[in-house]
Ligand binder design. Structure first.
Ligand code: HEM
Length: 392
């Protein structure tokens, strides 16, 4: 099988996707005993058909088995209902002034110098701070969240197995214990003194007449910290990469800022921050004329589906006027991303502040950017930029 993890392919997996989509839209990799799906209809089917494709990919004994994203019905709907209301467009709209102030505050220290690492200084901290505040975790604890979420994200980088994977699993166990102790204390405070935050909602919530267990509470904290973070980080960075690669689109956006929402949708399609999800076949399933046995890991490749020419005209073209744009960057079906309205809001606010304050931005280094080394996410680890300070 081709090396999906080489830097070159991680920067640009799309030629490989295009080749595979035409040759074998359903590919079996004997090395990892995994099935990968590359076409739009196939990916959508896998995401939607939760009878055949289960989300119970975490072993029952693992802490990750508590995560909403790895739950199946009926438990999935019960858990999802607990946090759903906090993430509707209407609920998150009130965060706009805070996100704007945060975006400015993160840029302030770098503006005069005319250079910054957009990833480390802006795209990483912004979504992390927003989700931690929504959850109700105090701002002074943020350095810990970054470490925790880095270790959690590293879990997704362990598909290859081996010693590196074993180390990540050990670190995750350590971090889970730390997070559990941290949450135990914080949850105690919220029980005594409720506030307007997600943690208060979760400690007060009941499923089938019972309070959430500490493991379930920890599951929400871990999932939200990681899902609310690296994904939006990649969306912001990928938007800047797309605009740098398409100066005509950048010029149009600068002339008509109202294009921003449509630019964001096209970035989500063109460089999907989440490239793949994970499913487990519950039984034997036929797809594209092949039979996937029961109990097999299946990767619906969202990043490839979003470039399927059978669904999108000029699929390989970055077209900021694309209408309609039925990309599936946020998934499809019962697990559809709860954070979609939040990350769209974060992207709109953060990118508009960025365009206002970083004029004439360009890559600071002639060497190609370093990509995240995992199959399921897509974006740069660092994004050093030079720019001219704009007006505020
Ligand atoms: C689920 C992508 C931002 C929370 C998902 C899924 C995708 C996705 C593809 C579906 C998983 C599946 O089918 O198994 C993204 C992208 C984002 C983003 C591309 C940013 C650009 C966020 C944010 C949050 C969040 C900001 C929260 C604060 C969740 C949760 C789920 C989820 C809780 C699980 C939903 C469920 O299982 O019912 N996301 N996400 N995501 N996302 Fe996001």
């Amino acid at each position: 099988m081709m090396n999906f993890l080489s830097d070159e392919t991680r920067r640009d997996p799309y030629p490989a996707y295009a080749q595979l989509r035409t040759r074998t839209p359903l590919l079996y990799d004997p090395h990892s005993d995994t099935w990968m799906v590359f076409d739009y209809e196939g990916v959508k089917r896998v995401l939607m058909d939760h009878e055949a494709f289960s989300s119970l990919v975490a072993p029952p004994s693992a802490q990750t088995s508590q995560w909403l994203v790895f739950a199946d019905p009926p438990r999935h709907a019960q858990l999802r209902a607990l946090i759903m209301r906090a993430f509707t467009s209407r609920s998150v709209a009130g965060l706009e002034p805070r996100i704007r102030a945060l975006a400015h505050a993160l840029l302030d220290p770098h503006i005069e110098r005319g250079e910054m690492d957009l990833a480390a200084d802006f795209s990483v901290p912004l979504p992390l701070i927003v989700i931690a505040e929504m959850f109700g975790a105090p701002i002074e604890d943020q350095p810990r969240f970054k470490r925790w979420s880095d270790v959690i994200m590293a879990l997704g980088y362990t598909l290859e197995g081996g010693e590196a994977a074993a180390r990540v699993h050990r670190e995750f166990a350590e971090v889970s214990a730390e997070m559990k102790a941290y949450l135990h204390a914080l949850a105690g405070q919220r029980r005594a003194e409720p506030r307007e935050d997600l943690l208060t909602r979760l400690v007060e919530a009941e499923v089938d007449g019972a309070r959430l267990t500490e493991e379930e509470l920890l599951g929400f904290f871990q999932l939200l910290l990681s899902a609310g973070h690296e994904t939006t980080t990649n969306l912001l960075n990928n938007a800047v990469l797309c605009l740098l690669g398409h100066p005509d689109a950048l010029a149009q956006l600068q002339a008509s800022p109202a294009l921003l929402p449509s630019v964001i949708e096209e970035v989500l399609r063109y460089r999907a921050p989440v490239q793949a999800m994970f499913r487990l076949t519950r039984r034997e399933v036929s797809l594209h004329g092949q039979v996937i046995p029961a109990g097999k890991l299946v990767l619906p490749m969202i990043g490839a589906a979003n470039r399927d020419p059978l669904k999108f005209r000029d699929a390989e073209r970055f077209d900021i006027h694309r209408e309609p744009n039925p990309h599936i960057a946020f998934g499809h079906g019962i697990h559809f991303c709860i954070g979609a309205p939040l990350s769209r809001l974060e992207a709109r606010v953060a990118l508009s502040v960025l365009l206002e304050r970083l004029k004439d931005f360009r890559l600071a280094s002639p060497t190609p950017w370093t990509p995240r080394k995992a199959l399921h996410v897509h974006g740069p680890t660092h994004l050093p930029l030079h720019f001219t300070p704009g007006e505020r």
